[in-house]
Design a protein. Sequence first.
Length: 501
Amino acid sequence: MTAVAELMDYAEVVERFDPVLGLEVHVELSTNTKMFCGCENVFGGEPNTHTCPTCLGLPGSLPVVNGKAVESAIRIGLALNCEIAEWCRFARKNYFYPDMPKNFQTSQYDEPIAFNGYLDVTLDDGEIVRVEIERAHMEEDTGKSLHVGGATGRIHGAEHSLLDYNRAGVPLIEIVTKTIEGTGERAPEVARAYVSALRDLLKALDVSDVRMDQGSLRCDANVSLMAKGATEFGTRTETKNVNSLRSVERAVRYEMTRQAAILAGGGSIKQETRHFQEADGSTASGRTKETAEDYRYFPEPDLVPIAPSREWVEELRGTLPEMPAVRRKRIQQEWQLSDAELRDLLNLGAVDLIAATVDAGATPAEARAWWVATLAQEANTREVELDALPITPAQVAEIIALVNSGELTNKLAKQVATGVLDGEGSPREVVEKRGFKVVNDDSALLAAIDEALAAQPDIAGKIRDGKVAAAGAIVGSVMKATKGQADAKRVRELIIERVGS
């Protein structure tokens, strides 16, 4: 059983140490085929069904570079304000690991396609931090290992392992920051904000589905500590494959408290990879971290260098969409949001959803009300992210349109949304299946009103005496009688008319 690590109180950590971060984000590209072969690039599938001699590393097979992947890499580099190499090449990164059958990974080493960039990220309170980018290089993903029989799902203690090479050879872009210093107590927040901003940018570029839950966006978080006043960096650890924004923040914070406790106790930090534990937010030791020399890089002899022309690079620059930060500023003005309101929407992950709902025909106010209130509550109840709810912006806009047309009341509309979320079909199909139809026939409503007034004769007198609020009891009775399918506003109008006549 692994011993529980000693941790230092976070306030004391930032009082005694300065954190230094380095973030490496791996992005799986959404190309049709893999990086160096024609195998289909899709998530999942039966194990080892999207493979061929090339991605299995069989003798005699030769790689061919995916042109769309190169194009995506250049567009990512441009969006990150990087320089684009006039000439670059692939290298072989040699290591033995069973999920890479050819025993080397085709990557870029000392000559990446994009380098020296930056990304400005906005923290929760509006502060902007510039994160400098060291490089963005192309490589291929590895396969997956499933370790069976152990208590932790790791190789240690497992009875046997299963290998799935469907992911081997999937196009990857690895985006590596320069060292991030000076963030102090906000280091975990900066890490989360950077990965969030990067995810938004990649989504806008439409080069990846950026599904952290499926591994198409993964972050390796490098953390070290320097004692206050020190000039040399401390020894770093690398927490591998962190797959949610919240987990990135938790992993950095945990490593800071763990490393600080070790250093304060006179110990030293071991340079190693670590694994993030979702259950309790801790990290566990992995393997001793290799250096670049350990991988024995050498140029890939089976691939020619890549030399993108300046004309092509500028042509690709012209395809870049409106960048997320610029788009947010425009949306803030169009929707008339305060800085605090915009931050709340960003933190909720609702901006893109609201915008798409507006594009589908709703007003900004209507779309915002639905996503921020009704659907955010549903996401919280179902314990999923807002954008993971099984309802589309177009469907939300359709529900809003049904309310505006008078076919649904607000109360019924919420029930329709629940039906869509529960897999009952489109909004219109839910309306038909559940028999929802607003009762807007005045004669039917008047009959229900007369019945309610007869059951509560004192209410009419109160209304005639000027106590109009008393009409609420009759409205409630009518709504109950019509199973919530009456327009409450119209019912109230008819009650006042009836009593006053």
